[in-house]
Design a protein around this ligand. Structure first.
Ligand code: ADP
Ligand code: ZN
Length: 206
């Protein structure tokens, strides 16, 4: 099954994607993770996009599309994919329809005004990749799950968060209508605990 997870920054796409990928045994492909990995390794691509990502803007479309197209051609994608963070605008969605159109699109819906707080208080674990919110874990520096080191994403600063939410509103949110008109859209209330959201997704993907 080919599945797209659509949702604003902070809506919980990464968390749910990890659960779905495990449950359905399809590869979780996150363009954000691919970009961040390139930045960390200091590749040519990484150097090119670091400033864009830190500012909360979108990387160039054709570059991003090329990366996704290549990734989807790998053998582990032959039974489907779970895309997280792609497509992010209509141009990318039209391109994807040309080489690997999705079967279902899941929108993680949440009031946008809740997201600024979610994102600016977010902490990630370097080791197990879990993310947490300071509302729940306080200012501790070690991961409650595995003891790994916690970090703050470069683009989770207030200025970049505002920009990412603007980009979502203007460029990504129109995809909800795009996929709804194709009859592929399923809306899940993402303003609930992780397990409840996942239950909702599981029903849609049965
Ligand atoms: P978020 O938590 O904002 O959903 P992601 O991890 O999906 O973050 O993406 C982080 C950043 O990577 C984006 O703000 C953007 O700069 C870049 N990026 C990710 N996916 C795309 C894409 N499909 N097109 C262009 N840029 C992208
Ligand atoms: Zn951890």
């Amino acid at each position: 099954m080919k599945v797209i997870l659509l949702g604003a920054p902070g809506s919980g796409k990464g968390t749910q994607a990890a659960l779905i990928s495990k449950g359905l045994n399809i590869p979780h492909i996150s363009t954000g993770d691919i970009f961040r990995d390139n930045i960390k390794r200091g590749t040519e691509l990484g150097l090119k996009i670091k400033a864009i990502i830190d500012a909360g803007d979108l990387c160039p479309d054709d570059l991003t599309i090329e990366i996704v197209k290549n990734r989807l051609s790998e053998p582990d994608c032959k039974n489907g994919y779970l895309l997280d963070g792609f497509p992010r605008n209509t141009y990318q969605a039209v391109a994807l329809d040309g080489f690997a159109a999705p079967d279902r699109v899941i929108e993680l819906a949440i009031p946008l005004e809740k997201l600024e707080h979610r994102l600016t208080g977010r902490r990630g674990c370097l080791k197990c990749k879990s993310s947490f919110h300071i509302d729940f874990i306080g200012d501790r520096k070690d991961c409650p799950h595995c003891g790994g080191e916690l970090y703050v994403r470069e683009d989770d600063n207030p200025t970049s968060v505002k920009e990412r939410l603007n980009v979502y509103r203007e460029q990504t949110a129109p995809l909800i209508e795009y996929y709804d008109s194709q009859g592929k859209l399923f809306v899940i209330d993402a303003d609930r605990p992780i397990e409840r959201v996942f239950d909702g997704i599981r029903k849609v993907l049965k």
